[in-house]
Design a protein around this ligand. Structure first.
Ligand code: ADP
Ligand code: MG
Length: 652
């Protein structure tokens, strides 16, 4: 006898609960799906209200197109959507939603109430669904738009409920999310309230810059550099590469990059402040994350992260958003092209904005010292302004709805106000200078460029006049713009670093023969690292030969390295390479070597310098690509602008 079939098709209710597992992870996912629906519906105002971190209630109200009675019911069927019709449409998605899964998924794990009206009908509709079951449908009086209330999330899936974090953490996620949607959709108004607080309230503005100002205030805006919009045509060659055989070569699309990234002195302990939007959809993407990190290479130390808000607009056909049910992942057709474009656009913005450090240094900008304990790190993070702070850390008690007023600069101020982490030196960090050097090779213009949108290019001043040194360590200089303080060691380090890298790129770096070979003992790990990189060391001005079992003899070292530094330099390089072993690319290896060589060859602190030497150093620094931070990411230059000086003396 044939065995009874054991495979069965799951009832709709079960299928919805399964889908809910992917779509609805936490209250913030509900907020995200509902906000996306409001934006897709053409809403100009999106209002979000939450209670208990969204666990008890999430309510989203919009003034969009609304739904007819029939559509309001259909919307709760799985895979019901008004946004696509056929499989081909999947490659031309211009809305945020398209899977038709959000409403049924949310309704499967909550008590949901929908009120809506479409312009074509005279009355509105109220639909109530609980745990995926339709409870009630009513005709109601309703002016326009849609209101969705989601109560008691996961009430019927206690296991999931247990995974939720504290109310403040969940609220933090929601606040971060709404804030970032508000940043991406600056022409709309957004409001977020909890029972006790208005967390965000912004009206429509004309540019992303104004929106950043609205939500973050001008002091935070000053810590950011704007990526002046870059538009590129995806080159024809690339299009041909990806086109299927026999396919008509299509008109290559135009891609546009814009956004904001932090100045190098802003250093975060995690990636929580890196946000990336593709066609105004917030996504997570490792490739772009990599591009952003690359842009900061040798500007920021490897262990810290910038703040970034990057917007990418490109033809819908260039990106596949149907990768994950929560739609937070995407796949690009021309991934490598976009990676390089994002990296170069950011790099260009950073180079154009140098030098950066205002005077005095913002508190939040210090690099985390390795001995910083966790409690201190947490305290430091919690002192950061709410919106630049990781959502996991704390909930913003309140986010200023309007930009804060500037306070006067006070010399007696014991330390920067913790609220903002920087002294309000108005405009200090925003001054723009003219360029003296071409952009780094990574940003060379490519073929197929449409229009390099206007860019505010700038430079390190060429007319600095050194006055002397503080503690034989910091050069004090002036020009018409104000007072400058330059850390002599890191300044020289930057100069040597770029020179060494440049020489290495062109050819083998010549070293300088030592009077006597220096014998260096190695541990087994160091010896292994040495064998791995011996050839590259040779090309970097070293001549090192095996000498005995675990010793080597250094006969030549890079010029500028004093004999008594040679051993430490070699060991440092081997150590830094050793830990990463074979994973290191040749590029990375060269950077590491150049960083170490520059550090050991640079003039030290506590060293008196003649005026000529100071002048030389400032001149050379001005010629570097990144005069604002050393290869380890520390700031090089502080500036105290004339305006601030006058203000401090109450002369304005
Ligand atoms: P999707 O957004 O993927 O289409 P959803 O389940 O989120 O799927 O929504 C289903 C449908 O309900 C949408 O396609 C849309 O037609 C309608 N809808 C949902 N929310 C709104 C809203 N706020 N305003 C107007 N229509 C809405
Ligand atoms: Mg949707």
């Amino acid at each position: 006898m044939a065995q009874a079939s054991v495979i069965r098709i799951l009832p709709e209710a079960v299928a919805n609960k399964i889908a809910a597992g992917e779509v609805v992870e936490r209250p913030a996912s509900v907020v995200k799906e509902l906000m996306e629906n409001s934006v897709d519906a053409g809403g100009e105002r999106v209002e979000v209200a939450v209670e208990a971190g969204g666990k008890r209630l999430v309510r989203v109200v919009d003034d969009g197109c609304g739904m007819t009675h029939d559509d309001a019911l259909l919307a709760f069927e799985r895979h019901s959507t008004s946004k696509i019709r056929s499989a081909e449409d999947l490659f031309q998605i211009s809305t945020l939603g398209f899977r038709g899964e959000a409403l049924p998924s949310i309704a499967a794990v909550s008590r949901l109430e929908l009120e809506t009206r479409h312009a074509s009908e005279s009355s509105g509709t109220r639909v109530e669904v609980a745990g995926g079951r339709l409870r009630d449908v009513k005709e109601i009086a309703w002016s326009r738009g849609t209101r969705v209330e989601v109560r008691d999330l996961f009430f019927n899936t206690p296991a999931r409920r247990k995974f939720l974090k504290s109310e403040s953490t969940e609220l933090g996620h929601i606040a971060t999310l709404v804030t970032h949607y508000a940043l991406a959709h600056f022409q709309k108004s957004f409001r977020l309230t909890s029972l006790t607080n208005e967390i965000l309230n912004v009206s429509p503005v004309a540019s992303a810059r104004e929106r950043v100002y609205q939500v973050m205030g001008h002091q935070l805006l000053e810590q950011l550099v704007e990526i002046s919009p870059v538009e590129r045509r995806m080159s024809a060659a690339l299009a041909a590469e990806t086109a299927e055989e026999g396919e008509q070569p299509e008109e290559p699309g135009v891609v546009r990059v814009s956004g904001f990234v932090s100045r190098p002195e802003v250093q975060k302990l995690n990636r929580n402040q890196i946000y990336f939007f593709v066609n105004r959809r917030l996504v997570r993407d490792r490739l772009i994350l990599h591009a952003i990190t690359e842009a900061y290479r040798n500007i920021l130390p490897a262990s810290v992260f910038p703040v970034a808000l990057v917007f990418l607009e490109l033809p819908a056909a260039e990106v596949d958003v149907n990768v994950h049910p929560s739609k937070t992942e995407v796949r690009f057709r021309r991934a490598a092209f976009l990676h390089d474009l994002v990296r170069d656009s950011i790099r260009q913005a950073l180079v154009a904005a140098r030098p950066v450090a205002a005077f005095p240094m913002p508190k939040a900008s210090r690099a985390p010292s390795p001995d910083l304990d966790e409690a201190e790190a947490a305290e430091r993070i919690s002192e950061e302004p709410p919106l630049l702070r990781g959502a996991e850390v704390h909930v913003p008690r309140s986010v200023p709805a309007a930009p804060r007023g500037t306070r006067d600069f006070q010399l007696s101020s014991p330390r920067p106000a913790p609220e903002t982490g920087t002294l309000p030196l108005e405009g200090a960090a925003l001054s723009v200078y003219e360029p003296s050097v071409p952009f780094p090779p990574t940003t060379v213009e490519r073929e197929g460029e449409v229009a390099p949108a206007g860019s505010g290019v700038s430079e390190f001043p060429a007319d600095l006049h050194p006055l002397g040194q503080v503690q034989d360590s910091f050069i004090v200089a002036t020009n018409a713009e104000g007072l400058w303080i330059i850390d002599q060691h890191v300044a020289h380090e930057r100069v040597l670093f770029e020179r060494h890298l440049r020489q290495r790129r062109e050819k083998k770096v010549e070293g300088q023969r030592l009077l006597l070979p220096i014998i260096v003992g190695l541990t087994p790990q160091q010896l292994a690292a040495f064998q791995d990189i011996a050839e590259e060391l040779d090309a970097n001005g070293f001549e090192v030969e095996p000498f005995g079992q675990r010793t080597v003899a250094v006969k030549t070292s890079p010029a500028e390295i004093r004999a008594d530094e040679v051993e430490r330099l070699l060991l440092e390089i081997l150590e830094s390479v050793g830990r990463e072993a074979h994973g290191l690319s040749l590029d990375d290896l060269r950077l590491k070597i150049a960083t170490s060589v520059a550090c050991h060859a640079a003039i030290k602190v506590n060293m008196p310098l003649e005026r000529k030497k100071m002048e030389w150093l400032l001149r050379e620094l001005g010629k570097t690509e990144c005069p604002m931070s050393c290869p380890h990411g520390r700031p090089i230059v502080l500036r105290y602008g004339l305006k601030e000086i006058e203000k401090a003396f109450k002369r304005t």
